[in-house]
Design a protein around this ligand. Structure first.
Ligand SMILES: [Zn+2]
Length: 511
């Protein structure tokens, strides 16, 4: 009496197929489970036993062995309950063996036999579809999510009895799922750049930053509207490709953050974790590994308000993922990666009181200011392409009745710029100017003789590092692209250099 059931488990943001074998033989009554199991998978034994009993199926008084393979993958999560129950029911002859051939079974079971939703249904259903399965049985509450996968029949069921009935007679109560209307339009954001009075420099910096997905830092006194400007950024983010939408949705699925009402995530994310966030919360990991904020911001924006309030160690941990565009999580049995290609937008005050260099209001000492801005380390600062002043607004700016440019108008220019970059980098594994590797700088950021001369002067005058030099060129590339200029001109380089102004002001020239 032996049977096999197929299921899947999540690894990173992808899934792997797992086979559940059940064998029932004569001998001492015993229920044994093997196959590199985590403690929660071991607990499945008790849930399955109770659920079967409560549905009227007593376990035979025999030796029951359940094996989950391949043995080299550690099995975590509660999604194995249902396949284990089905394997046992098939081994004792209740579910016909042939009905299990092309089916993948996933779900957690409660003691009463009802089936509970699990995290990561999307990657698991995708894996089943890619491996040629015809059907996947999932918890009914995961149905909408699983149905994002094409080419495979998704059956959502509520309890163990329904599963038995379906696998035995091929019948189940048709699912009433309200099909959502596919909306291609970007969800309108609550905040719009038309609400921002004044701040022309800040507005422009946001446009350039988003156009090339450059990391950006705003420095200014409290009340200058830094957070407000950051909140407007989602309204100018360009659309994502279908492939990126699916990848992002997988990240949310693995975290258990899939939103049924929204379905496939179409908008680029905007995440703003509080400064008390833990390192694990930011980068991911944990006992049952989950992606962190930087992965939830994949393809979009990670906004760190009050940057200097974050623990220094928390900020330093961002350096590697900012470079690699992904984060590696190490486990005893190997490691896996979560994508983390985010654009960092950060905001901070220039000093403890927040008003430097307004010496009427700021009485901080030099040492205090240096200590304050020193919370942001040079290596992290090196990874920020654009720094910009957020000055206090004057009365006339606040009360101005002039109509401000709306996010829709800004977004139109940005979309154009993104399309241009997508076309230019279509043969490479990056798609934005901020990601041009140094080996391709000459190809994509080529300078004419005049511009070359200008850069040489600036390089020597400002004592630049190679990193800063490349960074400036990449920003200039974006500025040229916004103007639809093939060549990078001196005016583009000048503007790009202007975005280094704050670094000079605060970090390089000692106050
Ligand atoms: Zn101060």
């Amino acid at each position: 009496m032996y049977s096999v059931v197929n299921t899947a488990t999540v690894l990173g943001i992808d899934a792997k197929l797992i086979t559940v074998e059940a064998d029932i033989s004569e001998g001492m009554p015993l229920f044994e489970m093997v196959g590199y199991l985590s403690s929660e998978v071991r607990e499945a034994k008790e849930r399955v036993r109770a659920a079967l009993k409560n549905q009227g199926y007593a376990l035979p008084v025999k030796r029951i062995t359940v094996n989950l393979s391949p043995a080299n993958i550690r099995k975590t999560g509660s999604g194995f309950d249902l396949p284990i129950a089905v394997a046992i029911l098939s081994a004792i002859g209740i579910i016909p063996e042939e009905s299990l051939r092309d089916v993948c079974v996933i779900g957690e079971i409660s003691l009463d036999g009802s089936i509970q939703p699990v995290n990561g249904i999307l990657p698991m259903a995708l894996e089943a579809s890619e491996n040629g399965f015809k059907k996947v049985i999932v918890p009914k509450n995961n149905l909408v999510e699983a149905r994002l996968v094409n080419n495979i029949e998704i059956i959502g069921l509520n309890n163990l009895r329904d599963v038995i009935e379906y696998l035995t007679y091929g019948q189940y109560i048709a699912q009433e799922v309200t099909e959502r209307v596919e909306e291609e339009n970007i969800e309108e954001s609550l905040y719009d750049f038309s609400m921002i009075n004044g701040q022309p420099g800040l507005r422009r910096a946001c446009e350039v930053a988003v156009a090339g997905m450059h990391n950006m830092l705003m420095v200014g006194p409290p009340g200058a509207g830094k957070s407000m400007v950051a909140k407007c950024i989602p309204s100018i983010l360009p659309p994502m490709s279908k492939k990126d939408q699916l990848e992002l949705t997988k990240i949310y699925s693995v975290c258990g953050k899939f939103d049924e009402r929204k379905g496939l995530i179409k908008n680029r994310p905007f995440r703003s974790p509080h400064h008390t966030v833990s390192e694990q919360g930011l980068t991911g990991g944990g006992q049952n590994p989950k992606p962190g904020e930087i992965s939830l911001a994949h393809g979009g924006v990670l906004f760190l308000d009050e940057l200097t309030e974050f623990r220094k160690t928390t900020l330093e941990i961002l350096r590697q993922p900012m470079e690699d565009k992904k984060v590696s999580i190490s486990r005893v049995n190997g490691s896996f990666t979560y994508p983390a290609d985010f654009m960092l937008v950060a905001a901070m005050n220039p000093c403890n009181c927040g008003y430097y260099p307004n010496l009427n209001k700021c009485h901080c000492t030099r040492a205090q200011i240096q200590r304050y801005i020193g919370k942001l380390s040079q290596p992290l600062l090196d990874r920020i392409d654009i720094t910009v002043d957020a000055p206090q607004l004057s009365y006339s700016q606040i009360s101005s009745k002039e109509k401000n440019e709306s996010s829709r108008e800004i977004r139109a220019r940005i979309e154009k710029c993104h399309m241009l970059q997508a076309e230019r980098y279509k043969d490479y594994d990056f798609s934005n100017n901020s990601h041009i590797p140094s080996s391709l700088m000459e190809k994509f950021c080529h300078l004419g003789p005049e511009e070359e001369k200008y850069m040489k002067e600036m390089y020597e005058e400002n004592d630049l590092t190679a990193r800063t030099y490349y960074k400036t060129l990449k920003v200039a590339r974006t500025i040229a692209d916004l103007e639809e200029s093939i060549d990078i001109k001196i005016s583009h380089l000048q503007e790009a250099f202007a975005y280094r102004g704050l670094v000079k002001k605060y970090w390089e020239e000692h106050i």
